[in-house]
Design a protein around this ligand. Structure first.
Ligand code: DC
Length: 231
């Protein structure tokens, strides 16, 4: 296997955007591992703050209540792509943040400006601390969060393909309802006032519809290597 760390010349930030179900996390993790970079799943951070609010009885329908407690939980992301971790106040929440309840509530929580400011601050400090650089998987990572990312990649795919992948991951959950839930969440995330989900103008698009995961990974690794070689 390649020694990615040895190939890494200077820190590079690679931002990978795209809606849920495009294989964004698996791609980001694998690219980071191959190139010896850190890895951050920003969706997991929004899910973690949502988990804390659900657990602490915050009224998710009340943006003022959400804003008032946005600074309370301590969210820590471990950025090793071989073993990414996420804790809230010292509790491992990597499982609980994937529940249907958190998934259903994360759009409302992540639309609150105080929540976005808090998470953005965490993202910037993790990116600054990543010695070799970082692959950041998420939805608004281009312009609003890390405008100086060296390379921005967008992974679009139609809702059908994304729902099929998600329901496979969720071990046979109903395809139709998974698709409907995805479309609903995309619409909420794209239409919110603060930092709506949008593709960066200078993002390179890699359409994942007809590609296998290894092909997508290979394609993104090549793009990063070309960028670093100044091509
Ligand atoms: O990628 P995901 O499904 O785990 O993301 C969960 C939610 O977090 C998504 O519905 C919107 C929000 N999110 C965001 O607002 N900005 C990001 N950079 C990442 C996720």
């Amino acid at each position: 296997m390649d020694n990615g760390a040895a190939r890494t010349a200077q820190p590079v930030i690679v931002a990978i955007d795209g809606p849920s179900g495009t294989g964004k996390s698996s791609t980001s993790k694998a690219v980071a591992a191959q190139l010896g970079l850190s890895y951050l799943d920003t969706g997991a951070q929004y899910r973690a703050i949502t988990w804390w609010m659900v657990t602490n009885g915050t009224d998710i329908d009340d943006p003022t209540a959400i804003a008032a407690v946005a600074g309370k939980p301590e969210i820590v992301s471990g950025t090793d792509p071989a073993q990414p971790t996420i804790t809230v106040d010292g509790v491992d929440v990597s499982g609980p943040i994937r529940t249907q309840e958190v998934t259903a509530k994360v759009s409302a929580v992540s639309a609150v400006p105080e929540v976005r400011a808090r998470i953005t601050e965490l993202q910037r400090s993790l990116a600054a601390a990543a010695e070799n650089g970082m692959v950041v998987g998420g939805r608004d990572i281009g312009p609003p969060v890390l405008p100086d990312a060296a390379l921005k990649i967008s992974l679009p795919a139609p809702a059908e393909a994304r729902a099929a992948r998600r329901s496979g991951e969720l071990k046979g959950s109903d395809l139709h309802s998974t698709r409907e839930a995805l479309i609903k969440r995309d619409a909420a995330d794209s239409s919110r006032k603060t930092s709506p989900l949008a593709k960066a103008d200078d993002a390179v698009e890699v359409d994942t519809t007809d590609l296998t995961l290894p092909q997508v990974i290979e394609c993104v690794v090549t793009l990063v290597e070309e960028k670093r070689a100044g091509k």
